[in-house]
Design a protein around this ligand. Structure first.
Ligand SMILES: N[C@@H](CC(=O)c1ccccc1NC=O)C(=O)O
Length: 277
């Protein structure tokens, strides 16, 4: 090899080694940095979460999104427009319980936690999806029963601790139609929810933080006394209503990242809810 060629090879090796050792050093530095940043700021979860899919479980909120009471519950008006002012900015007016939203314990209890008081680690949870689409298709007033949970566990294993248990009824396909609320001539609503025995079972026998539904309410539509709201929220747990896309996540094994709002004293409120798996 000519002298010049040898020099080029040696230079190449040296710079590659320098590059590699620099990369190792910066990776190690990065690890140290992120570990200390974590311990300084995060409420560390007991298990690590790794994922390659993100699914949006949130309904798009529009002024005509169906509401529990039937009337409008979300409005918006422009304060600034790009054409007139060079920027767009709206004021929103909305009911706390509209669209994909949270029910905080205070919603149905005398002095339960408000939405801002729920510890954040309760919003990142294993997600257990209970598929009752067939039952709901046959009976709009179907309620998720304890047997549905036991059947789920036979197929997918025990509901994990700290889970959010969500009902998949298939109702999001009816948003935009009367059927989503299912109001009859007597003013009763018709859609699925959880049975109070199931809420009681999950409170007593399992360790669950959240209850989710893809309908307007964790209680089924025709209820007059809201037993699941009183039981579940009264036990210090939270609910999420009007979820969507639960048919796009595995029934077991996903993690829900429930982006609850942080309104001081809020009884709930709309948020962004994601599932990762
Ligand atoms: N499922 C509803 C229930 C609810 O909001 C509600 C229950 C009884 C009386 C009024 C209610 N909300 C009024 O808009 C919710 O918790 O968001």
């Amino acid at each position: 090899m000519c002298d010049a060629c040898v020099m080029e090879v040696v230079k190449g090796r040296l710079s590659r080694r320098g590059f590699l050792s620099g990369a190792v050093a910066s990776a190690a530095g990065g690890a140290v940095l992120s570990a200390s940043a974590l311990s300084a700021t995060a409420n560390v979860l007991p298990e690590s979460v790794s994922f390659s899919n993100v699914i949006d479980l949130t309904q798009t909120l529009t002024p005509d999104f169906p509401t529990f009471e039937g009337g409008p519950a979300f409005g918006e008006s422009y304060e600034y427009t790009f054409a007139k002012d060079g920027l767009n900015l709206k004021t929103l007016h909305y009911h706390e319980h509209v669209g994909t939203h949270f029910d905080a314990p205070i919603h149905f209890s005398k002095d339960g936690q408000s939405i801002d008081e729920i510890p954040i680690e309760k919003f990142v949870c294993p997600l257990a999806v209970i598929d009752v689409r067939d039952q709901a298709a046959n009976n709009a007033d179907y309620r998720v029963m304890p047997e549905d949970i036991l059947k789920y566990e036979q197929q997918h294993g025990r509901i994990p601790d700290r889970a959010c248990v969500a009902m998949l009824s298939g109702w999001p396909q009816y948003v935009g139609t009367e059927k989503y609320r299912g109001e009859d001539s007597k003013g009763l609503l018709h859609f699925s929810g959880f049975h109070e025995e199931t809420a009681q079972f999950l409170i007593n026998e399992r360790s669950v933080y959240g209850l989710g539904v893809d309908t307007l309410s964790i209680d089924y539509g025709p209820t007059k006394d809201f037993p699941v709201h009183y039981l579940w929220l009264g036990s210090g747990r939270y609910g999420i209503e009007n979820l969507t896309n639960l048919d796009r996540v595995p029934l077991a094994g996903a993690t829900i990242i429930a982006g609850a709002p942080k309104f001081k004293g809020g009884t709930g409120g709309p948020g962004r809810v994601l599932a990762v798996y």
